[in-house]
Design a protein. Structure first.
Length: 152
């Protein structure tokens, strides 16, 4: 059994995080400046790692009084389809449930990213009828997905 750890991201993790972000999201990658800002301003920024390997990370912010927004989530392609995404997402949902007053989690997902959509639906996220056209820098559109947590 491989030891996995979920930890809060610090500035020491920046190089690995940015490298993986650019590898996966290419044109849509967050900038280094934005990543630094998220770390410094205490976003919920968690990483999953095993040994020296960064498996993935997830970032959420409380963007409204009663809402948290998962603004970034990725799993290294070498580690996909092994349950790591579910494990990391469940941990983030649990952290968000502990935030005072939060009743809803939202996220945006590329409309053609069926693997991610299936994962979110497994956790009871629902697609909103809202589609954001040309949402990503690459021009791709996104679904808004929502999870009500006040009843959980």
């Amino acid at each position: 059994m491989v030891l996995m750890e979920i930890k809060k991201v610090t500035s020491k993790d920046l190089k690995k995080i940015i490298s993986l972000e650019q590898q996966i999201f290419k044109k849509n990658a967050f900038s280094k400046e934005l990543m630094v800002n998220l770390i410094e301003n205490s976003a919920l920024f968690l990483k999953l790692e095993t040994g020296k390997h960064l498996i993935g990370f997830i970032i959420a912010i409380k963007d409204k009084k009663e809402r948290a927004n998962i603004i970034n989530f990725l799993i290294n392609p070498k580690f996909r389809n092994q349950g790591y995404g579910s494990y990391l997402l469940q941990n983030m949902i649990n952290k968000i449930k502990n935030l005072k007053g939060v009743k809803k989690i939202v996220l945006n997902v590329q409309i053609n990213n069926t693997a991610a959509i299936n994962l979110y639906e497994k956790f009871d996220f629902k697609k909103s009828p809202i589609i954001f056209e040309n949402y990503y820098q690459s021009g791709e559109s996104a679904y808004l997905m929502e999870l009500e947590i006040n009843s959980l």
